[in-house]
Design a protein around this ligand. Sequence first.
Ligand code: CDP
Length: 231
Amino acid sequence: MIAVQKSLIIAIDGPASSGKSTTARLVAQKLGLMYLDTGAMYRAVALKIYRTGIELTEKSALMELLNNTEVEQVGRDDGVHILLDGEDVSEEIRTPDISLWVGPVSEHGLVRERLVAWQREIGKHGSIVADGRDIGTVVFPDAQVKIYLSADPHTRALRRQKELAARGIAQSVEEVESALVTRDQRDSSRAHSPLRKAEDAVEIDTTHLTVGDQVEKVLAIVKKQAAATAK
Ligand code: CDP
């Protein structure tokens, strides 16, 4: 049993399909903390922009849209669901189209500003496990535990292809790998909050790990941190 501090933030960053969401969700479950999927927030906003068809260059239209958008995360028996203005968009935000579109949307300064503010607000209300690209570097630079998950691109593509196939979306591994690598490059090279490992993050390469192994490794790091804080 790990004694969790009053306000504990566990930040898990890494490239696409490195195992962040699964690991973050299970770690949160084990510790009885809230899980915050920041990628799903960017995806939900990207979906809304996609549907409304506004141009990312139209600053005032974008501001207006952000001011009138509500993204919520709700836990149900079958997992975490994402609501966009009250509509359950959990499936729709994970289609290959939205995976392509979320890149340009998430590198927009206005979008990042708004989403980071929402995420920090959520972090003020209790202990959380948050996963994304900039959690340990920008959103919660003072997080007590920072993890950076990595895995080789081919392994990540195989995982994503399996996930897509389970949802009835057929794509070749090559196609999936090429889309992942392009998105990683975009995420790592953008001006605002690029994907990078925080200096004080512990890197875990998940290429040859099972989900159970990943979760155990993260829990061991949390335990070590808790023991160090108690001293
Ligand atoms: O699950 P997957 O690894 O495909 O990605 P995700 O966590 O759902 O995030 C989708 C996209 O949102 C990323 O490729 C980033 O462009 C963006 N994102 C971001 O910019 N910052 C975050 N904190 C989380 C996601």
